[in-house]
Ligand binder design. Structure first.
Ligand SMILES: Cc1cc2nc3c(=O)[nH]c(=O)nc-3n(C[C@H](O)[C@H](O)[C@H](O)COP(=O)(O)O)c2cc1C
Length: 317
């Protein structure tokens, strides 16, 4: 299976959940990680050298997520990934609602075309089976109409072992509330044939059990809340939330920045981490003065110095 019962999983979030962040989430108690969506076309053109596909053993169990809308390309890309990287599962993105992806007929755009969807998922499942790997799909309710039952039946028939459901329509983006009752409907529909992972609008550790109780889903996936509070996984295990002061947040950010500097180049890391910092320092009373300072830091060295200062670390030579 691409996920196990009871797991709390870090959601894929493009631009945020790169290899260093996934390691951090695993250290803090996430049971499994997922790569952000990777283009099947790109894999065929350039191979597996892209940093999007790099992962370390500490990130396992790890599922590689592909997107595309051509079955043959998906099949070949999935075989390449399975053979060369040996992830713990292969996933098809059927939830991304970003225009660039949807206009290519991929992501949530594929939910509009059941026949093509069927051949794409068939290709992914076949490729995964060749290498003894489980296949999964991460879906929304539909593009502009809720077609959950039709989509889920198709996916189950094609042999996916896991379905991750973010219960909004593609056209809704992130607006409104995630309709958890549809996670329950999915669970009732597939029974124990497919493992259901519930996703959407978990904001505090208490929501995890609430989602499981209300929907009966086997596992839970957490996205945006893990950016604002990466400790959410640990808090869930301890059944206790703790407000993290600036010092602790800065210390976590500094460790991540240093790890990112080794993975990307330092200056790339300094640019990339800023979107995460904006999330991490949300909800801090001193945010108004703090964030602009961090976000306008001109280079890696300055950002490190600022974070070290906020974390209360002694300056380095
Ligand atoms: C910045 C960002 C990037 C995302 N990138 C991906 C992605 O690459 N693949 C994917 O399946 N979902 C992606 N998602 C969707 C999340 O995995 C998740 O389904 C969604 O955020 C709902 O969960 P949440 O309410 O816990 O955040 C992304 C979401 C965000 C906010």
């Amino acid at each position: 299976m691409s996920a196990g019962p009871g797991e709390i999983i870090l959601a894929p979030m493009a631009g945020f959940t790169h290899s260093p962040f996934r390691r951090l989430a695993r250290r803090l108690g996430a049971d499994r990680t997922w790569t952000e969506l990777v283009s099947a076309d790109m894999i065929l053109r350039k191979g597996i050298e892209d940093p999007l596909l790099h992962f370390t053993p500490e990130e396992r169990p790890l599922v590689v997520q592909l997107f595309g809308n051509d079955p043959e390309t998906l099949y070949l890309a999935a075989c390449t990934v399975a053979e060369k990287l040996r992830p713990d599962g292969l996933d098809l993105n059927l939830g991304c609602s970003v225009r660039k992806i949807v206009s290519r007929g991929a992501g949530a755009g594929l939910l509009r075309h059941p026949e093509r969807l069927q051949s794409c998922i068939r290709a992914l499942v076949l490729a995964a089976r060749n290498y003894g790997l489980p296949a999964s799909a991460k879906i929304r309710l539909g593009w502009d109409q809720d077609r959950l039952e039709e989509i889920a039946t198709l996916l189950a028939t094609e042999g996916v072992s896991t379905i991750v459901l973010h219960p909004r329509l593609g056209v809704e983006g992130f607006s409104g509330r995630a309709r958890w009752n549809r996670i329950r409907d999915l669970q009732n529909l597939v029974g124990d044939k497919v493992l259901v992972v519930g996703n959407g609008d978990i904001s505090r550790w208490e929501d995890i059990d609430r989602m499981r109780e209300e929907t009966g889903c086997a596992a839970v996936m957490i996205g945006r809340a893990a950016l604002k509070n990466p400790w959410i996984f640990e808090e869930y295990r301890r059944k206790r939330g703790i407000f993290r002061e600036v010092r602790e947040r800065a210390s976590l950010a500094l460790d991540l920045l240093e790890e990112m500097a080794r993975f990307f180049r330092p200056e790339t890391a300094a640019k990339k981490i800023k979107a995460f910092l904006a999330q991490l320092f949300k909800g801090i009373p001193r945010k108004k003065d703090l964030l602009p300072l961090l976000l306008t830091a001109p280079d890696y060295r300055t950002l490190c110095l600022l974070l070290r200062d906020l974390a209360g670390c002694p300056p380095r030579d």
